[in-house]
Design a protein around this ligand. Structure first.
Ligand code: DLL
Length: 441
C-alpha cells in the first residue's frame, strides 16, 4: 500500500548516491586505515590476527578483507565490558547494550564521533521514510541501554523534527499523545505497531480521521511483507523496515526508502559481506547467506568481520529512489534462531507468512517446540481476530485446518495448531518473543 505519492528525499546525496567505483575506493582506504588502528590499539585484534598469520600491511584493500578472521558474540562476552575499546575510556561518551539471546549483557562504547555517525545514519533513515523538520516523531522504542530509542531520538533531532520521546509501554497514553500532538511519524517494533494499531481501533478511533500519521520506521525484530500490509492498513501509513545491531551502531545500519524494496546499507561506514554460515566462504550478490559487518569509521569499539547470524540476500542494483548504496532484503531468519524440527529447518518467518495470509487470523503467535517420546513436536499457538472468533466453532476449525495444511506445504512438517481466544497471546511492547524451545531445558 502506498499511502501518499512518493517524493524521494535524500539526507546526504553525496554519500547515498556515490558511484560504486568511488565507494569501493573509499571503503578500501578506510579499511586499511582502520585495521592498522585496531591492530595497534586492541590486544584482542592483535592476538587474533597474529594467530591467523595476518599483518595489518597484508590488508591493502577490499579484496583482502577475506583474510581477516571473523568475530562473534562470545568475543564480546569474553572481553566485556571494555576489552574491545580502541581508545581510552575517557574518550567514550556513551554506552549502549543489549541482553543478547543467552541473557549475558553485551555493551558497546561510542566516542563523540561514533554518536555523530550513528545520528547521521538515523537522519538518512528518517529522511528516506519521508521525514523532515515539519514532522513530529514519536519514539516508542525503549529509551535506555537498548539502541532503538536513542537511535530514533538522535535521527529525528538531527533532521530538525519535533521529537516525542515516549519510550515503550503505556499504550493508551501513547495513543493519546499521538492524537493530541498530531504525530506524523512512528518508530517502534513492528509487533508493537500492530498492537498500537489494534488498540487505536478498539478505542473507537479512526486513523484517517483522528490521527496525522504518515509513515513509520519499524525494526529490531524480523517481520514479513504480510505484517507490513497489516500495519499499513491498521495505521494508514507507509511502513518502512529498519535494521541495525548494537555491536555495529544501533538502528540505521540499513534502512528502507519509500520504494520498499530492501534496506540501503550505509556502506560509507560499514562493509557488508554475505557468507556461507557453515564454511565462512564469501557469497556473491543475490545469494542468501549470513550477514557479516566490518566497521570502517567507528573509533570507540570497532568491529572486524562481525558475524550477525542474520540471514539475508544483498543486491548492488541501483534503487528507483536514486540511491546507489547496496540493499539487503528482509532478514529471513537467524542462523541461530532456526528451529530444527525432525530434521527440517524451520524459520519463524515462514510460519508468520502463512498466518498473516490467512483471513481472520491475528498476527500474534507463539511457536512451542518440544520433544515427546524422542520425537520433536511443534505447536503453533495462534489467535483469531475478534470478528472472526464471533463466527463460531466451524470457522475456527476450518481456519485451524487451513493453517495446518499451508504450513505443511510451505515448511514441510506437520504441526499442532492451537486456536486461542482473541487477545490471549501476550503482547510485546519491545521485541516480541515468539519461540519457546522447551527441548533445551
Ligand atoms: O535491535 C537495533 C535496532 C533498533 C534496529 C531499532 C532497528 C530498530 P540489537 O538489540 O542489538 O539492536 O539486536 C540486533 O535484532 O542482529 C537482528 O537479528 C534483529 N533485527 C534488528 N533489526 C531487524 C529487522 C537492535 N529490521 C538484532 N529485521 C539483529 C529483522 C532485525 N531483524
Amino acid at each position: 500500500m502506498q499511502v501518499r505519492p512518493i517524493e524521494h528525499h535524500i539526507w546526504n546525496p553525496k554519500m547515498e548516491c556515490i558511484s560504486r567505483d568511488e565507494l569501493a575506493q573509499m571503503q578500501s582506504e578506510r579499511l586499511v586505515k582502520s585495521v592498522r588502528h585496531e591492530y595497534d590499539n586492541v590486544k584482542f585484534y592483535r592476538d587474533r590476527m597474529d594467530a591467523a598469520g595476518v599483518k595489518p600491511e597484508d590488508i591493502r584493500g577490499l579484496e583482502d578483507l577475506k583474510y581477516l578472521p571473523f568475530m562473534d558474540k562470545p568475543d564480546l562476552r569474553d572481553t566485556f565490558p571494555f576489552g574491545l575499546l580502541a581508545v581510552p575510556t575517557r574518550d567514550i561518551v556513551r554506552i549502549q547494550g543489549s541482553s543478547g539471546t543467552t541473557g549475558h549483557p553485551i555493551v558497546s562504547g561510542y566516542t563523540r564521533e561514533d554518536v555523530n555517525i550513528w545520528s547521521e545514519m538515523m537522519a538518512r533513515t528518517l529522511t528516506a521514510a519521508g521525514g523532515g523538520p515539519e514532522d513530529i516523531v514519536q519514539v516508542s522504542y525503549g529509551l535506555g541501554l537498548f539502541t532503538g530509542g536513542f537511535g530514533a531520538y538522535q535521527g529525528a533531532d538531527t533532521i530538525g523534527a519535533m521529537v516525542l520521546p515516549m519510550s515503550s509501554g503505556n499504550t493508551q497514553r501513547q495513543i493519546l499523545m499521538m492524537k493530541e500532538l498530531g504525530v506524523t511519524m512512528l518508530c517502534c517494533t513492528p509487533s508493537y505497531a500492530v498492537y498500537l494499531g489494534e488498540t487505536i481501533h478498539d478505542m473507537g478511533l479512526d486513523p484517517k480521521r483522528d490521527l496525522k500519521l504518515k509513515a513509520g520506521c519499524f525494526g529490531a525484530e524480523p517481520w514479513t511483507e504480510g505484517m507490513r500490509q497489516r500495519i499499513e492498513e491498521l495505521l494508514c501509513i507507509d511502513a518502512c523496515d529498519i535494521y541495525g545491531l548494537t555491536e555495529i551502531a544501533g538502528p540505521g545500519v540499513s534502512f528502507e526508502c519509500l520504494v520498499k524494496q530492501g534496506m540501503h546499507i550505509n556502506e560509507d561506514h560499514v562493509i557488508a559481506e554475505v557468507i556461507n554460515p557453515a564454511t565462512g566462504e564469501q557469497l556473491p550478490y543475490g545469494v542468501e547467506g549470513e550477514l557479516v559487518f566490518t566497521t570502517i569509521t567507528k573509533t570507540g569499539m570497532p568491529m572486524i568481520r562481525y558475524r550477525t547470524h542474520d540471514m539475508v540476500t544483498l543486491t548492488d542494483k541501483k534503487c528507483d529512489c536514486g540511491r546507489t548504496l547496496a540493499r539487503m532484503g528482509r532478514v529471513t531468519g537467524r542462523s541461530d534462531d532456526m528451529l530444527v524440527i525432525r530434521g527440517v529447518n524451520v524459520f519463524p518467518s515462514q510460519i508468520e507468512s502463512v498466518l498473516v495470509a490467512t483471513p481472520g487470523v491475528s498476527p500474534h503467535y507463539m511457536l512451542i517446540a518440544d520433544r515427546v517420546h524422542h520425537a520433536d513436536t511443534l505447536e503453533i499457538q495462534m489467535e483469531l481476530a475478534e470478528d472472526a472468533y464471533a463466527l463460531g466453532y466451524e470457522f475456527e476449525e476450518r481456519t485451524r485446518q487451513r493453517v495446518f495444511e499451508q504450513v505443511r506445504s510451505v515448511v514441510g512438517i506437520s504441526t499442532k495448531v492451537t486456536v486461542l481466544p482473541p487477545k490471549s497471546i501476550k503482547r510485546s511492547e519491545g521485541k516480541a518473543k515468539r519461540v519457546d524451545d522447551r527441548r533445551k531445558l
